[in-house]
Design a protein around this ligand. Structure first.
Ligand code: SF4
Ligand code: SF4
Length: 245
């Protein structure tokens, strides 16, 4: 039986070569299963197959996070050539998370859920088509206490802000679980100051579709914008607590 300490040691070894800040949290499989959309429940059923009952009874989901560096975040919203450095970092993080989740999955009889697939923004015609295609790493991270749900809808890590990416691994094994954070954004509105879609999200039909179109318009080397991430890290009420250096 693998313990939580052994899991964390595996994670530490697996991340050594990436030279990035990282974090690992664990939540119950059943908690996630009961909180996702029906189409995502179907995806989980297909992944777990005949083992679904074991996953529901004892299983866990491991949330794995790798952070951007301060340098990678600093180029966001600068001239396109510089902004591409962030787009490249996004691709590198996805690749590293893919390697990491497969390594961890091998060691705990797990099933890796790949990080968000790059290129989807162009392949779909509306953002609502995206959700049945993926199981939300954000929701998993939120339930596992990786961070709190920000006003920009991203997960805000107490140290990395939202300047990180994550992936998840399903496992039938039981580990000590983490708790959802109680923290909120309080009265901060730094991300609203850089993005009118976020600011007007209650008035817009679906601000995420405006965001998707803006990302298409930017036409960077990956499906990214990142302005609300930079704003959170550099301008938010919590900026002194965040540290990617
Ligand atoms: S990624 Fe860009 S467009 Fe999308 S919500 Fe953030 S700042 Fe707005
Ligand atoms: S910038 Fe402020 S309001 Fe926006 S997500 Fe970050 S902490 Fe929350």
């Amino acid at each position: 039986m693998t313990t939580r300490t052994e899991l964390e040691e595996m994670f530490e070894r697996g991340t050594q070569t990436f030279n990035r800040k990282c974090d690992l949290k664990v939540t119950r499989f059943s908690l996630v299963f009961n909180n996702v959309m029906p189409s995502q429940q179907e995806k989980l059923k297909n992944l777990c197959k005949s083992e679904l009952h074991t996953f529901l009874e004892n299983g866990s989901i491991i949330s794995l996070a790798l952070a951007y560096s301060e340098e990678e975040i600093s180029v966001i919203d600068q001239e396109k050539k510089k902004w591409e450095f962030y787009a490249n970092a996004y691709k590198e993080l996805n690749q590293q998370l893919g390697i990491l989740s497969e390594k961890i999955a091998d060691l705990i009889q797990g099933i890796p859920l790949l990080p968000t697939i790059d290129g989807l923004v162009k392949k779909i015609s509306h953002v609502r088509e995206f959700f049945p295609l993926t199981i939300s790493h954000r929701l998993i991270g939120e339930l596992a206490g990786m961070g709190w749900r920000g006003k920009n809808n991203l997960i805000i890590h107490p140290q990395f802000s939202c300047a990180f990416r994550f992936t998840s691994v399903l496992t039938p094994l039981e580990f000590d679980y983490d708790q959802k954070l109680k923290q909120t954004c309080e009265d901060c509105i730094a991300c609203y100051q850089v993005c009118s879609f976020l600011k007007k999200q209650t008035e817009l039909k679906d601000y995420r579709e405006n965001c998707r179109r803006y990302i298409l318009h930017l036409d960077l080397g990956a499906d990214v914008c990142g302005k609300c991430i930079k704003a959170c890290y550099t301008m938010s009420k919590f900026k002194k607590k965040f540290d990617l250096s």
